[in-house]
Design a binder for this molecule. Structure first.
Ligand code: SF4
Ligand code: SF4
Length: 214
């Protein structure tokens, strides 16, 4: 059975033209004049940047550094107990939550029965990590947090797999360089103050409405 193509076309919709229509270039386009306009924009930006006629959006990294959010998710830190031992109890929750499957843990037995396990090996493959922070969220011990440190450059693939010793490096525990972590005591204080002020406002409003009703 043959189908008449006209029966399939929708009313009011025309079939596209069978042969493409060539667009005629304007005289200016044939002389490549629009290219000059583009080059003028590039030149103008270059001169403005060169002579400091406007605020630059780029910075001279690494001499200059941007201030990122205090919740920035940078290089991980394995936190320690006061005695210097790693806080991690090798529960594998972080590795399970990790969407990039870039955490490798090998558990060992802790002599302290209250702790039971510790990570003999704890490695993060930084080139696979997507810095989502799920490992920090999953950890029940606050044993893994993230820092503001974004200086991560490696000369080989092996270097990008960061082990326990590097993750526990004291320089990353600098309070000025802490990033994403489960608790922010300074924010808790601010929130408590805001709650108290809100309660004061509600109490004052109730007192006012009570006074007008009497
Ligand atoms: S930040 Fe995300 S991707 Fe990176 S190790 Fe943690 S869970 Fe995995
Ligand atoms: S979730 Fe925390 S305690 Fe558990 S293995 Fe990961 S870092 Fe260690």
């Amino acid at each position: 059975m043959t189908v008449d193509p006209r029966a399939l076309s929708l009313p009011g919709i025309q079939d596209p033209p069978k042969t493409p229509r060539r667009r005629r270039m304007t005289f200016a386009e044939r002389l490549y004049l629009p290219l000059l306009a583009g080059m003028w924009v590039t030149l103008r930006h270059m001169l403005q940047n060169l002579f400091g006629l406007r605020k630059r959006v780029t910075i001279q990294y690494p001499e200059e550094r941007r201030q990122y959010s205090h919740r920035y998710r940078g290089h991980h830190i394995l936190t320690t107990r006061p005695d210097g031992s790693v806080r991690c109890v090798a529960c594998f929750l972080c590795a399970t939550a990790c969407p990039a499957e870039c955490i490798h843990i090998e558990a060992g037995e802790q002599p302290d029965v209250n702790i039971e396990k510790y990570p003999v090996v704890y490695e993060i493959d930084m080139l696979r990590c997507v810095f989502c922070g799920y490992c920090v969220d999953a950890c029940p011990e606050e044993a893994i947090i993230m820092s503001n440190n974004y200086d991560m450059a490696y000369y080989s693939r092996d270097q990008s797999i960061v082990g326990k010793a590097d993750l526990m490096k004291p320089y990353t525990i600098d309070p000025e360089r802490l990033g994403y972590r489960p608790s922010y005591p300074e924010e808790d204080v601010k929130r408590a103050e805001m709650r108290r002020q809100a309660l004061d406002l509600v109490t004052a409003a109730k007192a006012r409405s009570g006074a007008t009703n009497h």
